[in-house]
Write a protein that binds this ligand. Structure first.
Ligand code: NAD
Length: 297
């Protein structure tokens, strides 16, 4: 058996097109142009790449992109002042503070200073609480992208056994909440889980979000299961140079699974697409306009 490949690149294009349509309609019918403000503190090269890419795709979707690049030594109070200004700015519908922040800044404090309705990363404690209690919230982009792909592939997820490997606040925990919201029977596995192979083996859906290269082999996967690989790991190639791999051993898993997301080209492209979707959602909610269907949880 060879698994279906869930093509995140193609799917993210569909999501971005849908966002662009929603943005055009919001502009035409209500005169509102959604705006996303991204705040970068310091000069971390990987963060700079992400921020540039986010800005480019925001503009391509027809939205305003506001980039705020601050010096690595910026004080907490100056950063909080900027966020407060963005919270008040009616042209800014989404605010994202690029993580990680330099060590002298308290990430929880900074994230919780963003107005929850503009928190397009879905990390504010109010959004975490609302997701956990099944209320309308801003949902973290990476798990939202995984959920969209799963819904697209399966239709209904109701009653399926899902195992999420990883319990981080940005991927594992919100992913589990979303799957629970779609009526899966959810297990969260982590570094202390006993008999991980047996736990994973009973799942109809496996979401791997660990950060360990190719740690999930094919013989952990139930035949026909759907495998969503969130991991992004850079490994050395035998012939020299490096390449990106996921948390799942792609070749052995795709011989057993029913469907699998590749790395690269799976979950990764969906994350920015969902950031754009969240910004449109925030702009619709701010203006009491009905949200486009299929872009939120
Ligand atoms: P994290 O380090 O915050 O969390 C990793 C989790 O894995 C922890 O909860 C830990 O308990 C669990 N874990 C560690 N070792 C384990 C083991 N041996 N067995 C079972 N569980 C184990 O990481 P994160 O931020 O959740 O990210 C996870 C991976 O996803 C990373 O590779 C990251 O780069 C990637 N990621 C990708 C995207 C994307 O857009 N595609 C977004 C976010 C994260």
């Amino acid at each position: 058996m060879s698994a279906d490949v869930i093509d995140g690149k193609e799917f993210s294009l569909r999501v971005r097109n849908k966002v662009a349509e929603g943005v055009a309609k919001l502009k035409k019918d209500y005169g509102v142009k959604p705006g996303l403000a991204v705040v970068l503190v310091g000069e971390d090269p990987a963060s700079q790449v992400y921020v540039r890419s986010k800005g480019k795709q925001t503009v391509e979707a027809g939205m305003n992109s506001y980039e705020h690049t601050l010096d690595a030594t910026t004080s907490e109070s100056d950063l909080l002042k900027l966020i407060s200004k963005l919270n008040e700015d009616p042209d800014v519908h989404g605010i994202l503070v690029q993580l990680p922040l330099p060590g002298h800044l308290n990430e929880d404090l900074v994230i919780n200073s963003i107005a929850p309705q503009k928190d397009v990363d879905g990390f504010h404690i109010s959004n975490v609480g609302m997701l956990g209690t099944g209320q309308k919230s801003m949902v973290p982009c990476t798990p939202l992208g995984c959920l969209m792909m799963l819904r697209d592939y399966h239709g209904s997820l109701s009653g399926l056994d899902a195992v999420v490997i990883g319990r981080s606040n940005i991927v594992g925990k919100p992913m589990a909440q979303l799957l629970l919201g779609d009526s899966c029977t959810v297990t969260i596995a982590h570094s202390r889980t006993k008999d991980l192979k047996d736990v994973v083996k009973r799942a109809d859906i496996v979401v791997a979000a660990v950060g360990r290269a190719e740690m999930v082999p094919g013989d952990w996967i139930k035949e026909g299961a759907t495998v969503i690989d969130v991991g992004i790991n850079r490994i050395d190639k035998p012939e020299g140079g490096t390449r990106l791999v996921g948390d799942v051993d792609y070749d052995s898993c795709s011989a057993v699974a029913g469907a699998v997301t590749p790395v690269p080209g799976g979950v990764g492209p969906m994350t920015i697409a969902c950031l754009l979707a969240n910004t449109l959602t925030a702009a619709c909610r701010a203006n009491n306009v009905e949200e486009p269907v299929g872009l939120t949880a």
